[in-house]
Ligand binder design. Structure first.
Ligand SMILES: NC(=O)c1ccc[n+]([C@@H]2O[C@H](COP(=O)([O-])OP(=O)(O)OC[C@H]3O[C@@H](n4cnc5c(N)ncnc54)[C@H](O)[C@@H]3O)[C@@H](O)[C@H]2O)c1
Length: 357
């Protein structure tokens, strides 16, 4: 099979390229650059090596930089170190940054590309499922600071996203399952065929080498690309991508990030389904399908009951709540998201009671 191109429209349209040879396109995307900075996660070293070789063969001056592994990459120290490196190696306005790694790498490298010389070209080569279907697509970049996660950042869309399916060969199963929570989210808010594909072969949906992996990835990317094409800056439709995230972010914070993102939003989506059922008349079939499909993939659907007051407090200070008023994305029907603002405390508590272990 050849590559698939999924356009993301906006001030400057770019493609997400999916396939087994997607990485080859790095050369075309960097064709006007004399120098390219390749920024990578240590776990993605072999893929960064492939990108570097391709660029060398195309006659580019390549500067490489390896980040601390995973989330630790998203620090101001890492930003400063990269700015220094870009300065020392004289990376100029017409040059490029290529990020090779998971969401932490593309967020950090994207923020550096957004700020160096007020913005240079960025190419994302995501190497995790979450990166492919979410973090690398859509133009949001950011870092963590003492004040919290992702509070500092910039909108800086890439010139292209290269989803090379070969990188899945080394991805641990738990990282795949973590990313599957966002794939299920895309199914629930916009593309129910995703849920049918999972139901067709649940054991395969748990594996990066599963027979429907490519279809799941492409469908989830299309959902994100469509939403972002309509709303880059989160003024409207993009908020639907936050399905399951209001409670999910609170679970992450209250657990001091002990609960992985995908697990947290999995519980958050089951909670949102209960809210939708109580307040927005969501049908039982769709509401019940949430926990069923997430459970099949090995994602959790319940969390501790005793921390509910802490979760409410955390939700009130979420950067997406407005003046302390809680906002949730809920469904009125399958693939029909809407905003629920300031629901009654009783409805929240009753919905949470259904997701406690
Ligand atoms: N900008 C956005 O719109 C957006 C959206 C969602 C998430 N994010 C951010 O993305 C980050 C999470 O992304 P993530 O889940 O990809 O985490 P990550 O980048 O930390 O990667 C997860 C782990 O997988 C390893 N890894 C990466 N690729 C691998 C491969 N091919 N083989 C083996 N191991 C590999 C990494 O070393 C790391 O340990 C968070 O920082 C989150 O805030 C951003």
């Amino acid at each position: 099979v050849t590559t698939t191109r999924i356009p993301v429209r906006g001030p400057s349209t770019y493609d997400v390229v999916v396939g087994h040879t997607a990485m080859d396109e790095v050369e075309t995307l960097c064709q006007d650059a004399a120098a390219v900075m390749v920024v990578s996660d240590p776990a993605a070293a072999q893929y960064a090596g492939t990108v570097t070789d391709t660029l060398h063969q195309a006659g580019k001056r390549v500067v490489t930089w390896t980040l601390p592994s995973g989330e630790a990459a998203k620090s101001l120290d890492a930003v400063a170190a990269l700015w220094d490196r870009l300065g020392e190696t004289e990376v100029s306005r017409s040059d490029a940054v290529v990020a090779v790694g998971g969401g932490a790498t593309t967020d950090l490298a994207g923020f550096v590309a957004a700020t160096w010389l007020r913005g240079i070209r960025l190419v994302n080569v995501p190497t995790t499922l979450l990166g492919m279907v979410d973090a690398a697509v859509g133009g949001k970049t950011g870092i963590n600071t003492a004040a919290g996660k992702n509070l500092v950042g910039a909108f800086h869309p890439p010139v292209g996203v290269l989803v090379d399916l070969d990188v899945l060969a080394t991805l641990p199963e738990d990282q795949w399952v973590n990313g599957m929570a966002e794939v299920v989210k895309a199914g629930l808010i916009a593309d129910p065929v995703i849920l049918d594909v999972i139901d067709d072969d649940p054991p395969a949906a748990r594996l990066p080498t599963g027979r429907h992996a490519r279809e799941l990835i492409e469908r989830a990317i299309r959902v994100k690309a469509d939403v972002v094409s309509r709303d880059l800056r989160e003024a409207g439709p993009r908020e639907a991508l936050n399905y399951g995230h209001t409670l999910g972010h609170a679970i992450e914070r209250v657990s001091q990030y002990g609960v992985p993102h995908g697990h947290a939003i999995s519980v958050g989506m089951v909670f949102a389904a209960e809210l939708g059922r109580r307040v927005n008349g969501l049908d039982d079939t769709t509401a019940d399908r949430h926990a069923a499909v997430l459970d099949q993939i090995g994602l959790p659907t319940t969390y501790r009951g005793d921390v509910w007051p802490d979760l409410v407090a955390a939700m009130r200070v979420d950067k997406k709540s407005r003046g302390g008023r809680l906002r949730f994305v809920v469904l009125d029907a399958l693939a029909s998201p809407t905003i629920l603002e300031a629901p009654a405390d009783d409805d929240l508590a009753a919905a949470y009671a259904t997701v406690t272990a």
